[in-house]
Design a protein around this ligand. Structure first.
Ligand SMILES: [Zn+2]
Length: 152
């Protein structure tokens, strides 16, 4: 991480009181606490699985980038890109939320996003779709580069 990277301010929402906290990226590993209620802030370093029921709440409370992956347990390409998805979540906590939607369990959400084949990736910020990728790229590094270009 460069010094510029370390000082980048990250917005994190406290899951206890809902307050938005500003934390320098370099301090994320120092177990930051909420400035309002002092609850330790939970930082996502792994993808989350979202259901149709939870989706709108996750979308409306997350202030930063979100990578949505529509996947299926029977899809070989989805299995192949999993390390890249995990790496993205691990590398950009507080900046990128990686949310996975199992299309077999959540057909309503899959149809809302017109998912006809898996995997399908969507980069969003505050509910605005920034980019869509249908299908897995040839190499996992291409998926990582595609997402990281948006994170700046
Ligand atoms: Zn709080």
């Amino acid at each position: 991480m460069s010094d510029k990277d370390k000082s980048r301010q990250i917005l994190l929402r406290c899951h206890s009181c809902g307050a938005l906290n500003t934390v320098p990226k370099g301090k994320l590993s120092a177990h930051p606490k909420c400035g309002k209620c002092h609850t330790p802030i939970h930082i996502m370093t792994a993808p989350i699985n979202v259901t149709t029921a939870a989706f709108d709440k996750v979308m409306s409370t997350w202030p930063e980038y979100m990578l949505l992956e529509f996947w299926s347990r029977t899809c070989g390409h989805c299995q192949r890109v999993e390390p890249a998805i995990n790496a993205l979540a691990y590398r950009h906590p507080g900046i990128l939320l990686v949310a996975k939607v199992d299309i077999d369990d959540e057909p309503a959400l899959a149809s809302r996003y017109n998912v006809s084949a898996t995997p399908k990736f969507i980069i969003q910020k505050k509910g605005t779709q920034l980019a869509i990728m249908d299908g897995a790229p040839e190499r996992n590094s291409q998926l990582i580069e595609w997402v990281e270009e948006f994170l700046g």
